[in-house]
Design a protein around this ligand. Structure first.
Ligand code: NAD
Length: 480
């Protein structure tokens, strides 16, 4: 493992004005490497480099298919280096090695998908009667500023970067101070694809310093933020001061409604993926299950079995896909989640299994199931961002939807039933940007993703995401 990792600004790898940060392996608690930390001057340099590239026309003058091919080739670069990137990602983030490989494959898929979309953005012609020709075109904002969290550092950076570049924006990416290392390959991929210096800038820095400087930079003309609600508010406020549009992908407290006719054998798989994949550190995690009272005991028992079946330990030892779970991203995250479980117990929830930090080095929390959770408890309202499932029960359909919709969030939701009418009614009433029927996480890079309420606004993934990165220009020509 390289001991010191630099930032990539204006085509060069360099130190950061804010010194270095220690990156810790959450799977062991040991120091992994040092990362250069950008200060406000570095951020300014990156934004100006991106603006220079935009104004040069290097990205917007080329035929979109060519730009699309370059974006696609970044994905191929990641695939070629999948093993190296996955290794570093696993060590810095804590996830099992096989999950890290999946993340790199997912990141590559974004470049493939958005590379393919580059030449599909078309305007329309608007009839204005005799004497006029009128048409619209989509133009990139120019500089897309992207602030990335630590849970899927490569995949989330890839999704914003791929859409930003495909639409012709130069991009400035600030990585998370917990997981900056694996993003280095995104910069290498941009170089290998032939993007000019300044088209892709990737650096790490402290959120309150480099993150705030980026969100507040007057030339950051469009901002994509993925992270917590508290930080999202700060980013939106900073962006508002220079009237930059934002995409905010924030947290969630997403619920699955499980009816009495649901296939619980199949649902065990949804529990495994929905709340224990990436140790539950997924904004769209299935953190609440609202089950019909007739199946409550059975579901709680099955959930506990899934939780107990997971082999938990350092991700680097978990090489092949299976029933495994790695560390959480940091001790702070783990202690916060464990504290929320204790609070839930104090408020009357029953700890069915797990809930305690494990007695081994590293940021490990036992896979956890809580039952007898009621909608007023903080565990039912606040995002844990960890491997903690809260089970609640309902009597009738209306109550189930009311409980599911009863938080400030609205990222995703699910309904599990063999009755298509019931599923359709719920899908219409659930307040969420995405509804899964009979399979949690159904969908892919092709399907739009984003939140209602405090889960944010704007959409990432799918065709919808492209509209965040472009603005419409109307050209009206008087023809005499
Ligand atoms: P965070 O908000 O603490 O940090 C996210 C990023 O913002 C980091 O890069 C951080 O350095 C930066 N940042 C911090 N303060 C800043 C400031 N004042 N100005 C600008 N940038 C600043 O979030 P996190 O702890 O890294 O991630 C966990 C949260 O992210 C969870 O709440 C989770 O739900 C959410 N999340 C959402 C999605 C989604 O797509 N909706 C995906 C992943 C994570």
């Amino acid at each position: 493992m390289q001991s010191y990792w630099r930032n990539f600004i204006d085509g060069e790898w360099g130190d950061g004005g804010a010194g270095r940060a220690e990156i810790v392996n959450p799977g062991t608690g040991e120091r992994l490497a040092e990362q250069a930390m950008a200060d406000a001057a570095d951020v300014d340099r990156a934004v100006r480099a991106a603006l220079r590239v935009h104004e040069s026309g290097a990205l917007i003058d080329m035929r979109p298919v060519e730009r699309g091919r370059m974006v696609q080739s970044m994905g191929r670069f990641l695939t070629e280096h999948e093993e190296d990137i996955a290794h570093v990602l696993c060590l810095e983030q804590g996830k099992p090695l096989w999950e890290a490989r999946r993340e790199i494959a997912g990141a590559a898929r974004y470049f493939e998908y958005y590379g393919n979309q580059a030449e599909t953005l078309e305007g329309r012609s608007i009839p204005l009667g005799a004497g006029y020709v009128d048409f619209t075109q989509s133009e990139p904002y120019g500089v897309s500023a992207q602030i990335i969290p630590w849970n899927f550092p490569v995949e989330i950076a890839a999704r914003s970067l791929a859409a930003g570049l495909a639409t012709g924006n130069a991009c400035v990416v600030k990585t998370s101070e917990l997981t900056p290392l694996s993003s280095a390959w995104l910069a290498e991929a941009a170089v290998a694809a032939g993007f000019p210096a300044g088209a892709v800038n990737i650096f790490c820095g402290w959120g309150h310093e480099a993150g705030a400087a980026l969100a507040g930079h007057g030339e950051a003309r469009q901002i994509v933020f993925t992270g917590s609600v508290a930080t999202g508010i700060k980013v939106a406020e900073a962006a508002a001061r220079h009237i930059a549009p934002c995409v905010l992908e924030l947290g969630g407290k997403s619920a699955a409604i499980v009816h009495e006719d649901a296939d619980l054998d199949a649902f065990e798989r949804d529990i495994r993926w929905g709340i224990y994949f990436n140790a539950g550190q997924i904004c769209s995690a299935m953190s609440r299950v609202i089950v019909h009272e007739a199946r409550h005991e059975e579901l709680v028992e099955r959930a506990a079995q899934v939780a107990r079946s997971l082999s938990v330990g350092p991700g680097i030892d978990r090489d092949t896909p299976g029933l495994t779970m790695g560390a959480m991203a940091s001790d702070t995250q783990r202690d916060r989640a464990a504290g929320m479980v204790s609070d839930a117990e104090r408020q009357g929830a029953r700890l069915v299994t797990g809930g305690r930090k494990m007695n081994i080095p590293g940021a490990f929390l036992e896979p956890t199931v809580l039952s007898q959770v009621t909608p007023d408890m903080s565990i039912a309202q606040e995002e844990v961002f960890g491997p903690v499932l809260s089970v609640m029960s309902f009597r009738d359909e209306a109550e189930a939807v009311r409980i599911a919709n009863g938080t400030e969030y609205g990222l995703v939701a699910g309904v599990f039933t063999r009755d298509l009418n019931r599923a359709s009614r719920a899908a219409q009433k659930l307040r969420a940007g995405q509804v899964f029927v009979n399979e949690w996480f159904a969908g892919g890079v092709e399907t739009p993703f984003g939140g209602y309420g405090k889960s944010g606004y704007g959409r990432e993934k799918g065709r919808e995401a492209l509209w965040n990165y472009v603005q419409t220009k109307n050209i009206a020509m008087a023809v005499r």
